[in-house]
Design a protein around this ligand. Sequence first.
Ligand SMILES: Nc1ncnc2c1ncn2[C@@H]1O[C@H](COP(=O)(O)OP(=O)(O)OP(=O)(O)O)[C@@H](O)[C@H]1O
Length: 334
Amino acid sequence: MFGIGTKNIGIDLGTANTIVYVDGKGIVLREPSVVAKNSKTGEIVSVGEDARAMIGRTPASIVAIRPMKDGVIADYDTTVAMMKYYIQKTLGSSNGKPYVMVCVPSGATEVEKRAVIDATRVAGARDAYVLEEPFAAAIGAGLPVMDPTGSMVVDIGGGTTDVATISLGGIVSSRSIRMAGDKLDEAIVAYVRQHFNLLIGERTAEQLKWDIGSASKSAVSADDVSSIRGRDLITGLPKTIDVSAVDIAEAIHESVEEIITAVKETLEETSPEIAADVIDHGIVLTGGGALLHNLPDVIADATKVPVFIANDPLDCVAIGTGESLKSIDVMKKK
Ligand SMILES: Nc1ncnc2c1ncn2[C@@H]1O[C@H](COP(=O)(O)OP(=O)(O)OP(=O)(O)O)[C@@H](O)[C@H]1O
């Protein structure tokens, strides 16, 4: 679909979303990391946005699977099928297999990285290379990663939050925690069940987080409410209730605190020179989680460092991966 002869592609293989970047073209595909399969035959029914719409709504014969969990591969075969579909959709009938750069969380083990490389090759890559997510995020956010000055990036995705300080083209200190968007959604589901006896699905919880979620309890009002539908745990029947922004802030409070602790701990490990640079330039937030209301203020308050949201935070990792494609030629010679 996207032209003959494009041989290098970058993939942000995320827990929530997969984004594909083609050298010379930019981002060409942005889809949820979801695959719907026939549960008996294993046949793929749909991939991406269509499959996401099926989550929580499938009949017994179909399962909607999110093959990535906590930033790494949880279901190898389904990940391969998903990547194969996206690579083919991106490159169409162009001849030749692409070289592919894929992002992994900074906390991924060697085994987890190897699984990503193998899956990418099986999915159709001539060869595959991995890049650490916070480094890609920093490039995508336009930070001066090659300069002798410290930058700090906090990438909050669906599965992991990656915090890193970067200088002179390398990660100086980093932390990757399995606490990000998905865990906030789970916390909302649990809170609504506990406080309202209502069972809601993960998509409803995510929508609540987008609409009225806040990292700060004091910055929101109990008058800011949202109507949600679910199943009443007592009667077993469908029910609609109103929940407020204060409820949702309370629900995700502990999870947000864990993210803040990871940022503080990374700062504490940072050398005085880099810490001084970070104070001057601020901390940059990337990933979809950066869009949680009031998050920059809460992190700035806890660290006493200015905090900014990158432009297009959801695309930073993919853009950074794409920019790094230039180094594939160097990697190929190794
Ligand atoms: N406006 C918003 N407010 C709060 N959270 C949001 C918003 N928009 C997106 N998100 C959350 O961002 C997360 C997805 O972000 P992103 O696409 O950066 O993650 P990913 O790259 O798929 O995950 P990972 O990097 O952990 O593998 C989801 O949890 C989503 O709910």
